[in-house]
Ligand binder design. Structure first.
Ligand SMILES: [Zn+2]
Length: 165
């Protein structure tokens, strides 16, 4: 089965690789991922350079041996397949970001709707600065609600969420 991510096509082999990364994340208990590279003309996504641990969230390695880097995939060792605001910022700047949850065994992709606009990008970045990001389970309910509201506002306004099976 092919998952459509806007104009991109995510084929089964890449989905399998995403699932393997979830397995590996469970064993190693660290974040893992890889870049998503779009092949010219056909818009099929292929896996790019892999990352592990902090480099997945801090330094995004936009490496593509072939094709054009259009985003990435990374796992959440503890959390659900929901994006952080930082994940959405990355997804916005590129075209897509996929998240795999080792806890729930689910994969979701977040695809930017429409063209990238400087102004919208600034809005997302300022939200990110305004709402300090920490792991939802380590913060109080009201802080979590503030974070979640800000996140959901960005998510519904600029993104399409796609479940990957
Ligand atoms: Zn994330």
């Amino acid at each position: 089965m092919i998952t459509k991510l806007n104009s991109y096509a995510l084929q089964e082999d890449v989905v399998e690789k995403m699932k393997l990364k979830i397995e590996e994340t469970r064993q190693k208990k660290i974040e893992l991922g890889f870049g998503l590279c779009s092949m010219k003309f056909v818009n099929i996504l292929k896996p790019g350079i892999e990352c592990s641990g902090d480099e997945c969230s801090i330094i995004r390695v936009p490496g593509c041996p072939t094709g054009t880097y259009v985003g990435g995939y990374h796992t959440h060792p503890e959390g659900p397949a929901e994006p952080s605001i930082a994940d959405l910022k990355t997804a916005y700047v590129n075209d897509v970001e996929c998240v795999g949850s080792a806890k729930e065994d689910t994969i979701r992709c977040f695809v930017r709707i429409g063209q990238r606009k400087k102004q919208d990008e600034k809005t997302i970045i300022s939200k990110l600065k305004e709402v300090a990001e920490s792991l939802p389970k380590t913060i109080r309910k009201e802080q979590y609600d503030i974070w979640k509201n800000a996140r959901d506002e960005i998510l519904t306004k600029y993104f399409q969420a796609v479940d990957v099976k």
